[in-house]
Design a protein around this ligand. Structure first.
Ligand code: ATP
Ligand code: MG
Length: 541
C-alpha cells in the first residue's frame, strides 16, 4: 500500500487497513458560481491526489443547490480548468441530478418526526438561534404532526408559498452547544430558474443537508473539505445516521490555502471582473486557474506547488513568493533562453562592418537542448536602463568612456551619446574590441558588465508586459480589499525581440535573459511578451 504522508492519507490508510473501506471514493465539489482559483487547485490536489494514491476514484461534483448564482458558463470553465491541471474525474455529477432523491429523503425525515415545516421568517429564525453561550428558542411550529408537515412541505414544493414564507427545518436540539444543530433549515423556498432543472423546482435543499446525501449517493468514502466545515460535521453525521446511510461517508477537514497578496474569494474576484479592475476572469494577474494558465504558469508547476505547500489541519498563510519560486525553478530547468530589450536604445558599432553568428546555449542547465546562432552586427539595441549619462559610482553598465561586454559577443567601449534637441539620448556610438570575442578573448580588458542585446537588422517589435500583485503587501493586511487593491499593477513597455521570439508558437515560455520568464503571445498582429514570473527570487526560506 502507498505510504501515507499527511494526516488525511493516514486516516484513509487506516480505514483501508481496518476494512472499513474497500475502494476509496472522493469528490471535488465546486459550486458553479465563479471560476476556480489557486485554492481550488489545492482542494483538487487533495481529492484527486488521495484517490489516485490509494487506487480509488474522484468524481467531479457540482454543488448546484443555489440557482440564483450558478451558471452553465461556470460549469464549462471549471471543467476546462480541471482538465488543464491534468486531473481526470471518474464521474461528472450534479447535486441537481439528485434533487428528486434529496426531496424523498426530506419526506422520510418528516415521517420520522425529524423535520418540520416552520413559518418563521429567516430573520426570526436567526433571532431565535441563540448565541455561543445561550441556547436558542424552539420554534412555535416545531410540534406540528408529521401529516401536517408532509402536507405543508408538498405545498411548498407545489409553489403555493412565496420565498421565505416557510422552510423545512431538521428537528434536532435548540439547546445544542453547536449552533449548527439548532434545528437548521434544510429546505428553502426560492422561485428561481436553475441552470439545469429550469423551473421544475421552487424549493432547494441547503448545503449542509444536501451534501451528505449527495456524498452517500455517490458512494463517497472520504468527504474532504476545508476547516470552516468542521463545526458542520456533527450535522453531516446527523443526516447520515438519521437516514441510516451505510456505509456512511466520513468528513475530514483540512486547512485552506491562503496566500499573501492574493484575493481568493470568488465573491471578490467576481467584483474585480465586474467593475473592470481586471480584463476578465483570465486576466494574468488573477489567481484563477484561467488567469494562471493565461499568465503562462505551467500546470505541472502548480501541482508541484500544491504538493510542496502540504496538507495540514492548522491554518496558515503561504507567501506568494514561495509560489513564484516554485514556478521559477520549474521554468529555469526547462525554458529556452532568448533576448529582448525593453525600452530599446540604439547602439551603433562604428568600427564594425558586416555580420557574424555567435553561439548561445538554448538552456545552459540542459545540455541536451543544444546551442543556437544569433546574428551580431553593426546596429544593435540594448536596454535604455543599461546606459547612463550620469552613472553612480561602481556603475558596470555602459557610460561614455566605459566598457561592457555584449553577451556572448564582444566588449564595446562607448564613445559618444547622441542626443536630440530635448537632450534625450537617441543612440550611443561605440567601438568594439575585435580580439575580445567571448571564448577567445585576448584583449586583456576587463568588462564587469555583461549586457543583453538584439540585432537591429533582424529583431521584431514587441510589447513587453509586466505585472505587480493585485493586492498591496502585508503592511496593508487586515484592511479592506478595496483599499489594498493595486490598481496600477500592469506595466507595458515597447521592446525589441530576437527573431526566435517572433517565430515561437503562441504560449511558449522563455527566459528572457536578465529580465524574467515570459510567455509569447500575440495581440492582433503584434508580438507580445507577457511576464510569467520575474527572475529575481525574493523568497525568504
Ligand atoms: P470561495 O470562498 O472562493 O468562493 P468556496 O469554498 O465557496 O470558495 P467552492 O466552489 O464551494 O468554493 O469550493 C469547492 C471546494 O474547494 C470546496 O471543498 C472548498 O472547501 C475548496 N476550496 C475553496 N477554496 C479553497 C482554498 N483556498 N484552499 C483549499 N480548498 C479550497
Ligand atoms: Mg462555496
Amino acid at each position: 500500500m502507498a505510504d501515507a504522508c499527511n494526516f488525511i492519507e493516514q486516516i484513509v490508510a487506516e480505514d483501508l487497513a481496518a476494512g472499513r473501506v474497500k475502494e476509496v471514493q472522493t469528490r471535488f465539489p465546486p459550486e458553479p458560481n465563479g471560476y476556480l482559483h489557486i485554492g481550488h487547485a489545492k482542494s483538487m490536489f487533495v481529492n484527486f491526489g488521495i484517490a489516485e494514491k490509494f487506487g480509488g476514484k474522484c468524481n467531479l461534483f457540482f454543488d448546484d443547490t443555489n440557482p440564483s448564482k450558478e451558471k452553465t458558463e461556470f460549469v464549462d470553465a471549471i471543467k476546462r480548468d480541471i482538465a488543464w491541471l491534468g486531473y481526470h474525474w471518474a464521474k461528472e455529477v450534479y447535486a441537481s441530478d439528485f434533487f428528486e432523491i434529496i426531496y424523498d429523503y426530506a419526506e422520510k425525515l418528516i415521517c420520522m418526526g425529524k423535520a418540520f415545516v416552520c413559518d418563521l421568517s429567516p430573520e426570526e429564525i436567526r433571532a431565535t438561534r441563540g448565541t455561543l453561550t445561550e441556547p436558542g428558542t424552539e420554534s412555535p411550529y416545531r410540534n406540528r404532526t408529521a401529516e401536517e408537515n408532509l402536507a405543508l412541505f408538498r405545498e411548498m414544493k407545489a409553489g403555493k408559498y412565496a420565498d421565505g414564507e416557510k422552510c423545512l427545518r431538521a428537528k434536532i436540539d435548540m439547546a445544542s452547544p453547536n449552533v449548527n444543530l439548532r434545528d437548521p433549515v434544510i429546505y428553502r423556498i426560492l422561485h428561481a430558474a436553475h441552470h439545469r432543472t429550469g423551473d421544475r423546482w421552487c424549493i432547494y435543499p441547503m448545503y449542509d443537508y444536501a451534501h451528505p446525501v449527495c456524498d452517500y449517493l455517490q458512494g463517497v468514502t472520504h468527504s474532504l473539505c476545508t476547516l470552516e466545515f468542521e463545526d458542520h460535521r456533527p450535522l453531516y453525521d446527523w443526516v447520515g445516521l438519521t437516514l441510516g446511510f451505510d456505509p456512511k461517508p466520513r468528513q475530514i477537514e483540512f486547512a485552506r490555502l491562503n496566500m499573501t497578496n492574493l484575493v481568493m474569494s470568488k465573491r471578490y474576484l467576481k467584483k474585480l471582473v465586474e467593475d473592470g479592475s481586471v480584463h476578465g476572469w483570465d486576466d494574468p494577474r488573477m489567481p484563477t486557474l484561467a488567469g494562471l494558465r493565461n499568465r503562462g504558469v505551467p500546470a505541472a508547476a502548480l501541482r508541484d506547488f500544491c504538493e510542496r505547500a502540504g496538507v495540514a489541519k492548522a491554518q496558515s498563510e503561504c507567501d506568494i513568493s514561495y509560489f513564484e519560486a516554485v514556478v521559477r525553478e520549474y521554468l529555469n530547468a526547462r525554458a529556452p533562453r532568448a533576448m529582448a530589450v525593453a525600452d530599446p536604445l540604439k547602439l551603433t558599432i562604428t568600427n564594425y562592418e558586416g555580420s557574424e553568428e555567435v553561439d548561445f546555449d538554448v538552456n545552459q542547465l540542459d545540455p541536451s537542448a543544444g546551442t543556437r546562432k544569433v546574428t551580431f552586427s553593426k546596429h544593435l539595441y540594448i536596454e535604455r536602463g543599461d546606459f547612463s549619462l550620469d552613472p553612480p559610482p561602481k556603475y558596470h553598465r555602459l557610460k561614455v568612456g566605459g566598457v561592457a561586454r555584449l553577451k556572448n559577443a564582444y566588449i564595446v567601449r562607448c564613445d559618444e551619446a547622441v542626443r536630440d534637441a530635448d537632450g534625450n539620448v537617441t543612440e550611443i556610438l561605440c567601438t568594439y574590441l575585435p580580439e575580445s570575442r567571448s571564448g577567445h578573448d585576448t584583449s586583456g580588458v576587463k568588462a564587469k558588465g555583461v549586457l543583453h542585446w538584439v540585432n537591429a537588422e533582424t529583431c521584431a517589435d514587441a510589447l513587453l508586459k509586466q505585472y505587480d500583485h493585485l493586492l498591496k503587501d502585508a503592511d496593508y493586511a487586515g484592511q479592506d480589499f478595496s483599499e489594498r487593491m493595486n490598481l496600477s499593477s500592469e506595466h507595458v513597455f515597447h521592446a525589441k525581440a530576437e527573431p526566435c521570439l517572433a517565430e515561437a508558437a503562441e504560449g511558449t515560455a522563455f527566459q528572457l535573459m536578465r529580465t524574467g520568464y515570459y510567455k509569447v503571445c500575440r495581440e492582433g498582429e503584434r508580438l507580445c511578451l507577457s511576464e510569467i514570473v520575474s527572475l529575481k527570487d525574493n523568497f525568504n526560506k
